[in-house]
Design a protein around this ligand. Structure first.
Ligand code: ATP
Ligand code: ZN
Length: 283
């Protein structure tokens, strides 16, 4: 049995549970319970505060966990990272009141900065030779300047709308974060084996999320040219259509260069292009 720690309730919770379910792991979850066990995979799920997850994994209370890199690096635990998960993307940024004349990081010398991430902020400032007074507060950091508690803040930003509604502007990006899977360094052989099974499933799910299945029709004399645009996992599948002189091509394309590819396919004579999501991708 492998024990995974995930956030009980917060910005990581839904996507963490979704990932576990997408790996085909079933469990009954209730917002009141602190732990649950999968019914079809040797996994026990613990629901904790995100800040506690790196420590519990390092100590072996949990074997693995899902946490934001911001929390992990702040706690000096980045060596526990096993896999980047691509969700809960956000950044840690410095922000000052909208009306301030800010020209460079040196402007923060001698200033009071409120944050929940003193270590990440300290190393960013030290690397740039800036000395400021860091005030560690655990919540509602964004109101610190308006109540006279600080001249600037360093906080998590995703869209920036919270900053704007508090009369602040983002001036420096301190750290880029996403959710990661972490693991204890001394797992026994049985747990290691379960972790590898889980990782294999996670990677298949992630690969599938980046890939799309594409089907299109093309005149036979264009098949060779279009095939070159569709390398797929091996090479595209080509099937004859009932209509004489036409074929159907099936392949997999990557989301990153998706639109570019569609343009080229159309230009090469592809018609009736269908693009469908892939649930799992095992290669
Ligand atoms: P807890 O009660 O578990 O301590 P919390 O209030 O500290 O929760 P959340 O606000 O739920 O934490 O954020 C959890 C993590 O989600 C953050 O550490 C960060 O990695 C990520 N995160 C925070 N804000 C955002 C956002 N706006 N968009 C995307 N990800 C975010
Ligand atoms: Zn927290």
């Amino acid at each position: 049995m492998l024990r995974i720690a995930i956030q009980k309730s917060g910005r990581l919770s839904d996507d963490s549970l979704k990932l576990i379910r997408e790996c085909g792991i079933s469990f009954i979850s209730s917002s009141l319970k602190l732990k649950t066990e999968s019914t079809n995979f040797p996994l026990e799920i613990l629901f904790l505060r995100d800040d506690d997850i790196p420590g519990y994994v390092a100590d072996g209370v949990a074997d693995i966990g899902i946490v934001g890199q911001n929390v992990l690096v702040e706690e000096g635990m980045q060596h526990l990272t096993v896999e980047e998960l691509g969700f809960s993307k956000c950044r840690l940024s410095l922000a000052v009141p909208k009306g301030d004349n800010y020209s460079s990081i040196e402007d923060l010398n001698g200033k009071n900065i409120a944050t929940s991430y003193p270590n990440l902020l300290q190393s960013y400032l030290s690397e740039r030779g800036v000395q400021a007074n860091i005030h560690t507060i655990s919540g509602s950091v964004e109101i610190a300047p308006s109540i006279g508690l600080a001249d600037a803040i360093c906080d998590i930003v995703s869209s920036g709308s919270t900053l704007i509604s508090n009369g602040l502007k983002e001036v420096e990006r301190v750290f880029k974060s996403q959710a990661v899977l972490i693991a204890n360094k001394d797992l026994n052989a049985e747990k290691q084996e379960i972790l590898e099974k889980l990782l294999f499933r996670i990677q298949s799910v992630q690969r599938a999320q980046r890939a799309k299945y594409i089907l299109l029709n093309a005149p036979n004399d264009k098949v060779a040219e279009i095939s070159k645009l569709l390398p797929g996992v091996k090479s595209p599948t080509v099937l004859p259509l009932l209509e004489e002189g036409w074929s159907s091509l099936h392949s997999v394309v990557n989301e990153d260069d998706f639109w570019d590819k569609i343009e080229k396919l159309k230009a090469a004579g592809a018609q009736g292009i269908l693009v469908v999501p892939i649930e799992k991708m095992i290669i």
